[in-house]
Design a protein around this ligand. Sequence first.
Ligand SMILES: Cc1cc2nc3c(=O)[nH]c(=O)nc-3n(C[C@H](O)[C@H](O)[C@H](O)COP(=O)(O)OP(=O)(O)OC[C@H]3O[C@@H](n4cnc5c(N)ncnc54)[C@H](O)[C@@H]3O)c2cc1C
Length: 310
Amino acid sequence: MKTESDNRMFPVSDKSQTIIDCFMGLLNHSNVDIHYNVKINKFEKKENVFHMSSQFETFLSDKVLITTGGFSNPEHYSWISELGIQITPPIPSLFTFNISEPKLNELQGISLFAKVKIAETKFEESAQLLITHWGLSGPAILKLSAFAAQFLHAKNYNFEILVNWLNDCNDVSLNSYFQIQKENFGSHKINLQNEFQLPRKLLIYLLNKAGINEQLKWAEVSKKQLITLTEILLRDRYKSTGKTIFKSEFVTCGGVSLNEVNFKTMESKKVSKLYFAGEVMDIDAVTGGFNFQAAWTTAWIASKAIASEE
Ligand SMILES: Cc1cc2nc3c(=O)[nH]c(=O)nc-3n(C[C@H](O)[C@H](O)[C@H](O)COP(=O)(O)OP(=O)(O)OC[C@H]3O[C@@H](n4cnc5c(N)ncnc54)[C@H](O)[C@@H]3O)c2cc1C
């Protein structure tokens, strides 16, 4: 495993096949039977025995661990809710933001460390931000979408986002920097690259947005222009008109309500000998292994409890 600068963990190979191989090796070693392409569509408990039926066959068991993952459609949970188990309605998490602003979209591919905030809320993230041809993406946006999943869903994905292109720089330090430049380097062209290392194309876009020609010298920039530039560098405001849905939702927020489960054993509080693990429950995390860890940890707890039971 390797750990990225923002604590996300991946196999050194950068291939999900490595993880699959690891589990397949363990399953083969333990002679675990796998029934592929068998969809359980009926699930009942009759006289302490679970009956799980697919189109062609029925499996019987006195204990069951459900690990069917997340679904965006609430109907997919009906076979669980029919047992009287409460489901938190599923909504997407980990998606990117649609921002239709042609001049920003032209900067697609630019990636930098920045702070993003959902306007008028406390949802804020500092991480790598990626400009795409449809809007904004990258770890900063994915994290924001995860932590604000409920809020954004309630807003029908129409909201405003504020970008601090200088990440942790604030009004005081930026204004004193402007003052020093004006006093000491008046004959020099405005060039924030040395100080802030902004990609050149992005810098020109931001200066132009503030009504400043990049050829202008520090002495020629008006106070009003610097006030506008401060706003754009620290609180650049964009209207998001939706989320990107095409296969970009990695995780479902919602599922089996957490108050239905005993976390010491992962057993259902209502249906004895029925266990849950993984994303089928109302657990979602950011990418980088945290969802896998949640799935594996809960499966480990459930397996231990199942194996130790009479
Ligand atoms: C593109 C993508 C990238 C991701 N990247 C990351 C990442 O980098 N890091 C991270 O932590 N997480 C990531 N995730 C999320 C992570 O994959 C899931 O959180 C994790 O796999 C959940 O594990 P699980 O075992 O609970 O469910 P799943 O892995 O979803 O497995 C559920 C299984 O149950 C089967 N099933 C469902 N219903 C039935 C039924 N009725 N009958 C029989 N079988 C059924 C499904 O076919 C599936 O095989 C990513 C997800 C996606 C889609």
